[in-house]
Design a protein around this ligand. Structure first.
Ligand code: AMP
Length: 284
């Protein structure tokens, strides 16, 4: 496994892989790897000749009051995990390497950002598509792997790839959870012990929503209100949003039917957690 810190060197390696006609599976990450990341890496390993991951905490996708500086980092641990899972290259550039000067062309996401994290984190998805455009051009993957834990990101990146004809396939990977149901996240280490204890209630609320839908609930507003009440009563954190939307369109449905997503975000003292459940509801 090679660790590469410059764009030039990464491009040289990619060129050699292309000459040999080897397929490239790519997993973009912000590091502090956990089993969610390794599920993406394993999937990439199964279907490609070479696997490249990037580790880059992208300042552009953090708001001024967000946790860019406090975001957990541990490159040595990440190297070990990546190696164990058969990664061929880690692309690990500095902020200066990726953004040596202010960009002269900006990308801005127009659709599906007026809801969920797009609404709570203005500019976040602009930062995501900007860095991914650079990374896709540098790494030129055949397939790129993204976790459904960030389902809105999957929908937005799908739009980027199809609108701008990136010659790659987006592969969504299901959310990996702790034994108690909490979605794995690099940010979980920033929960206090009491917050960590109650945080599985987030997933329990999503499952409860799924049960109510299975029992026949079809009213979007009523279900949102019931779930918000249940969650608010079972955690000390503050609900940022709990919304039911169509997936991947991210529109508010009049009736709960077809492919829908229950999505939630909760603020704790030092961290904001997100989770979701995508459910196929048979049309009546
Ligand atoms: P991050 O390092 O948080 O930017 O995540 C990098 C990639 O890993 C993104 O595509 C995430 O959606 C994905 N990911 C993060 N957590 C999980 C998880 N618990 N299960 C599956 N994928 C995940």
């Amino acid at each position: 496994m090679k660790i590469i810190t410059t764009i030039k060197e990464m491009q040289q390696e990619v060129r050699q892989l292309k000459v040999q006609q080897l397929s490239i599976g790519y997993v973009p990450t912000m590091g502090y790897l956990h089993e969610g990341h390794s599920a993406l890496i394993d999937e990439a390993r199964r279907h490609n000749d070479k696997v490249i991951i990037s580790i880059f905490v992208n300042p552009l996708q953090f708001g001024p009051n967000e946790d860019f500086d406090a975001y957990p980092r541990d490159i040595e641990r990440d190297e070990r995990i990546a190696k164990e899972h058969g990664v061929d290259f880690i692309f690990y550039p500095s902020v200066d390497e990726m953004y040596p000067h202010e960009l002269s062309v900006s990308l801005s996401v127009k659709d599906r950002t007026d809801v969920l994290c797009g609404k709570s984190r203005p500019g976040h998805f602009d930062g995501v598509v900007t860095v991914l455009t650079k990374l896709f051009h540098i790494i030129q993957p055949d397939r790129a792997y993204f976790g459904l834990k960030d389902a809105q990101q999957v929908a937005v990146v799908d739009g980027l790839i199809s609108d701008y004809h990136f010659p790659l396939e987006l592969i969504p990977v299901p959310t990996v959870r702790e034994e108690d149901g909490l979605a794995k996240s690099s940010r979980n280490v920033r929960l206090s012990s009491s917050e960590r204890e109650e945080a599985p209630q987030i997933y329990q609320t999503l499952l409860h929503g799924q049960e109510l839908i299975r029992a026949g609930e079809r009213n979007t507003f009523q279900l949102e209100e019931r779930l918000k009440e249940k969650l608010a009563n079972s955690i000390s954190g503050t609900i940022d949003y709990l919304e039911i939307l169509t997936y991947p369109g991210l529109r508010k449905p009049d009736q709960i039917e077809g492919k829908i997503m229950i999505a939630v975000a909760v603020y704790y003292h030092k961290v904001r957690l997100i989770d979701n459940l995508i459910i196929d509801v048979p049309r009546k």
